[in-house]
Design a protein around this ligand. Structure first.
Ligand code: ADP
Ligand code: ADP
Length: 231
């Protein structure tokens, strides 16, 4: 069965806007899956329902075949779903290591001290080959580096599914290339990636399958090689 399935998802906001209308989305284990569509197509709304930020008005979500009701982002994190926001959720005046453990529950009475946070950050950075300096202050870092830290934060919290919201919007071409290398590596390490974008061209360079959204509806899922850029 599919890793994550969203069936007949409709989302009506309190002001009456129908942002998603009977949307279908299915995520296979180990793929990089793009959700593509113009501004206002309903991508963010779908993403928010995947991460417990909004509840569907109608429809069902399944994780590994089991019904999934997410009540909050923390709930999503606990179920192995991680999010890399377009606007990073990092505290600029804190170090990387501090940001990595911020908001994490200490294990059964054992708090996370700073040297432990530094050690964990180094370990994660090595494991995922991300070259992050645990002791650097976030405000001194490049945008590309901040994004890496957001990715590492999600991985540290056990994310198996990683959702990236317009990840290249803020990156230089060189940083974008680096991100794509890292995403391919994460995929090889068994992670599944949802990549939200309005740029079909870049999506074709990295994603296995594409779900196209238009005016609140999903127009089907396509293999990358079958999608031409005029579509
Ligand atoms: P996209 O991410 O593809 O740009 P969105 O999901 O952000 O699309 O938006 C889809 C539609 O829903 C748009 O018409 C947008 O204005 C509307 N919308 C998004 N968020 C809200 C909200 N919180 N309340 C009301 N309408 C919203
Ligand atoms: P993004 O594309 O990153 O979601 P937006 O500027 O579209 O950023 O939206 C910023 C916030 O405003 C989001 O939380 C979104 O849900 C909300 N929003 C978007 N459109 C509307 C709308 N028409 N009415 C109310 N809230 C909205």
């Amino acid at each position: 069965s599919q890793l994550l399935e969203m069936k007949n998802i409709t989302k009506v906001y309190p002001n009456g806007v129908v942002a998603n209308q009977k949307v279908q989305f299915s995520l296979s284990e180990g793929e990089i899956h793009a959700i593509v569509g113009e501004n206002g197509a309903g991508k963010s709304t779908l993403m928010k329902m995947m991460f417990g930020m909004e509840a569907p008005s109608e429809g069902e979500i399944f994780l590994r075949g089991e019904p999934l009701k997410l009540t909050s982002p923390q709930d999503a994190i606990d179920k192995g779903i991680g999010m890399v926001h377009q606007h990073f959720m990092l505290v600029p005046s804190f170090t990387v290591a501090e940001n990595m453990v911020l908001g994490m529950e200490p294990k059964k009475g054992v708090g996370i001290n700073y040297s432990e946070a530094v050690r964990m950050t180094e370990e994660m950075s090595k494991k995922y080959n991300l070259h992050v300096n645990p002791k650097a202050k976030v405000e001194d870092l490049s945008v590309g580096m901040k994004q890496k830290i957001e990715i590492l934060k999600a991985l540290l919290r056990g994310a198996k599914i990683l959702i990236l919201d317009e990840p290249t919007a803020v990156l230089t071409p060189q940083e974008t290339e680096e991100l794509f290398r890292e995403l391919k590596q994460l995929k090889e390490q068994g992670h599944t990636i949802v990549f939200i974008s309005h740029k079909l061209k870049e999506v074709k360079a990295i994603c296995d399958r594409i779900t196209i959204m238009r005016a609140g509806k999903s127009e089907g899922v396509f293999l990358t090689r079958d999608v031409s850029e005029q579509d």
